[in-house]
Write a protein that binds this ligand. Structure first.
Ligand code: UDP
Length: 387
């Protein structure tokens, strides 16, 4: 390939969600000129800086940042002045670049205008399902119209995400499916974290959920399932990351007390040593009650060669082949989840067989190299096509 185009990566948040960890994995290995622009300071900015990725955090974006996924027209109007300032700042930075790569919806809305003003092609990486489970219809109509009018390409993280974009009126010809790439070696080689001793778990069967605490991530379904699994302990790894999730996190902690699960449910908060923690559990559980756009944690469980139980919806169904590389259960069904956990624990040979097959497939399908090549090709195409 010729010299890599210079890229301005834009993300609205500096919290460490799956989309941000994905971008971190890509840019830290990317050769060629680039800069990351965030609309706030925070842990994502710190991680980029430690990886020596040129990063700049803008300020004064609070009205834009507080515009939530469910917001409507009024909130959009209030966000306009802050949005104009951001457009100006992103446009200034875009002038020196060949391509703008927007890694979130808010970033895309700003980048689409900035890119048009500066005639810089804009690639949007869509990490979300554009469905009523996740977004207001105003929000979806706005972002899809902007994509159809201004995006040079829309990278989607699964076929399910692509379908939601097309169903919402997005042009299919813009889309490229690129699965998250993960560092397989890190998951294969991490030594198990010392949680059993630290948490007083001993040799008890241990399941783990590695997701931010949010209603749609469905940690409450596991708590319900634990009622019928008296010997099983659970690690809940992750914390509330965004606004309304804090109430849910408290509700979960209260529910653990009410169900008498305090000795068996271990809240570890947000952790940076996920590979070591995944390697410490017997089963990885994913409980999202709304369809998952992709679900990095499912692929991470497979890479660590763990039996993985996920919910049968959205991108999870593209990661796990039912009966071959893991288990799929209906979203929100605590009985089915309990049955699947019991099955995994009572048939270790079958669990090992699926886990081995899962790792083999995951190494091929979710490699960092495959992801980087696909993204780089999309960026090159965008640079060639022009803004
Ligand atoms: N994660 C983490 N620390 C935690 C909990 C989760 O680093 O305490 C990571 C997890 O390993 C995964 C990502 O956060 O890589 C979550 O991505 P996913 O696609 O599963 O969900 P999202 O948060 O993007 O909806």
């Amino acid at each position: 390939m010729s010299t890599p185009p210079s890229v301005l990566f834009v993300d609205h948040t500096a919290a460490l969600g799956g989309a941000e960890l994905y971008l971190l994995d890509y840019v830290r290995h990317r050769e060629g000129p680039h800069q990351v622009l965030l609309f706030e300071e925070g842990p994502f900015a710190d991680r980029l800086a430690s990886a020596d990725v040129p990063t700049r955090c803008l300020s004064g974006a609070s009205a834009v940042l507080s515009f939530s996924r469910a917001s409507g027209l009024m909130a959009a109007l209030q966000a306009i002045p802050g949005g104009m300032r951001l457009i100006y700042q992103v446009a200034q930075a875009a002038r020196a670049c060949d391509v703008v790569f927007a890694n979130s919806q808010k970033a895309f809305l700003i980048a689409a205008v900035a890119g048009t003003l500066t005639r810089t092609p804009v690639v949007w990486n869509l990490h979300d399902l554009l469905t009523a489970d996740h977004f207001s219809s105003f929000n979806t109509r706005l972002v899809v119209a902007m994509a159809n009018a201004f995006a040079t390409a829309v990278v989607v993280n699964s076929e399910a995400t692509r379908q939601s974009f097309v169903d919402a009126g997005g042009r299919q010809s813009l889309t490229r499916v690129v699965y998250n790439g993960l560092d397989a070696q890190v998951f294969e080689e991490a030594r198990p974290a010392n949680v059993r001793e630290a948490q007083g778990i001993g040799d008890a069967p241990l399941v783990g959920i590695f997701s931010r605490l949010a209603p749609w991530k469905g940690q409450h379904v596991l708590l319900e399932a634990l009622d019928t699994l008296p010997a099983v302990h659970a690690l809940l790894v992750g914390e509330a990351l965004f606004g309304d999730e804090v109430t849910y996190a408290q509700r979960l902690r209260d529910e653990v007390g009410q169900r008498g699960l305090s000795d068996r449910v271990h809240f570890l908060g947000f952790r940076n040593d996920i590979p070591a923690l995944v390697n410490a559990v017997d089963v990885v559980v994913h409980t999202s009650v709304a369809p998952e756009p992709f679900g990095r944690v499912i692929a991470e469980g497979l890479l660590a060669q763990k039996p993985v139980i996920a919910t049968r919806a959205g991108g999870a169904q593209e990661i796990i082949r039912e009966g071959k590389t893991g288990w799929l259960v209906p979203p929100g069904d605590a009985d089915a989840l309990a049955r699947a956990i019991r099955h995994v624990l009572s048939d270790p040979e079958e669990a090992r067989r699926r886990a081995r097959a899962g790792r083999r497939e995951a190494r091929e399908r979710f490699s960092l190299g495959t992801m980087a090549c696909a993204l780089e090709a999309t960026i090159h195409d965008a640079a060639r096509t022009g803004g």
